[in-house]
Design a protein around this ligand. Structure first.
Ligand code: 13P
Length: 251
């Protein structure tokens, strides 16, 4: 099980420090669950100094695909490693929708992340219109295949997938446990096809989209649901700690 918090564009330095300190004391070192938080870039260094030695890892929310260079406003994989990142979220639907990120870009970023020993959390998920047209399986299949294109089997063993239906993100409208299990099973079969039985079954598939303390347990109980990518509820120490506890009980 892995529970990761995506803070998105929230919390300045002081607020990031405060939340991180609260999480370290309330979460401790879970036995069976990996925990990560993904603050904004400018909060990473300070966050890591509080997290260091705790049971919580750190990730970034995005990165550029190049080593360095004239890319104003961008951040590289090696910079993220240097401030203590273990994970990097790639291809979040907000990046796909507002910043034109394509599957091809996500795949180049995933390969670059591996070159710098960052574990990519690759996000996929259909829009409401695609779900209403019953096209979710085909849409997600194309995202999985193209976003992971070029990754080797050994890179696949250091990879996390996150299924986040766009219509469930920040809307309070969670996908039903049945919808989540059905999509995760579909994604699992694709991962087995792409990376083989052993690696394909070992990859954590997270669900994201309005996960809260009140619905985490029923989602985590489903097969092929290996944890969650949490947005709004990750901004509250008590709520996030409660979701981690649900993962511990489900593990
Ligand atoms: P919410 O939990 O706020 O719906 O956000 C989910 C998400 O986008 C995590 O990456």
């Amino acid at each position: 099980m892995l529970v990761a918090g995506n803070w998105k564009m929230n919390l300045d330095l002081a607020a990031a420090r405060q939340l991180t300190a609260g999480l370290v004391s309330s979460i401790g070192k879970p036995e069976k669950t990996l925990v990560a938080i993904c603050p904004p870039f400018v909060d990473l260094d300070a966050t890591y100094s509080i997290l260091h030695g705790s049971g919580i890892r750190m990730g970034a929310q995005n990165m550029h695909e190049s080593d360095s260079g004239a890319y104003t406003g961008e951040v590289s994989a090696s910079m993220l490693r240097a401030v203590g990142c273990h994970y990097v979220i790639l291809g979040h639907s907000e990046r796909r929708e507002y910043f034109g990120e394509t599957n091809e870009i996500v795949s180049r970023k995933a390969i670059q992340a591996h070159r710098h020993r960052l574990v990519p959390i690759v996000c996929v998920g259909e829009s409401l219109a695609q779900r209403d047209a019953d096209r979710q399986n085909a849409v997600v299949e194309e995202q999985v295949r193209q976003s992971l294109d070029g990754l080797t089997v050994s890179q696949g063993s250091e990879l996390v997938l996150a299924y986040e239906p766009v219509w469930a993100i920040g809307t309070g409208r969670t996908a039903s446990p049945e919808q989540v299990e059905s999509m995760h099973t579909h994604i699992r079969s694709l991962l087995v096809e792409l990376f083989g039985q052993k690696t394909g079954y070992a990859i954590d598939i997270l669900y994201g989209g309005s996960v809260k303390p009140g619905n985490a347990s029923e989602l985590f109980a489903r097969s092929n649901v290996d944890g969650g990518l949490i947005g709004g509820a990750a901004l509250n120490a008590e709520d996030f700690a409660s979701i981690v506890k649900s993962a511990e009980l489900a593990a």
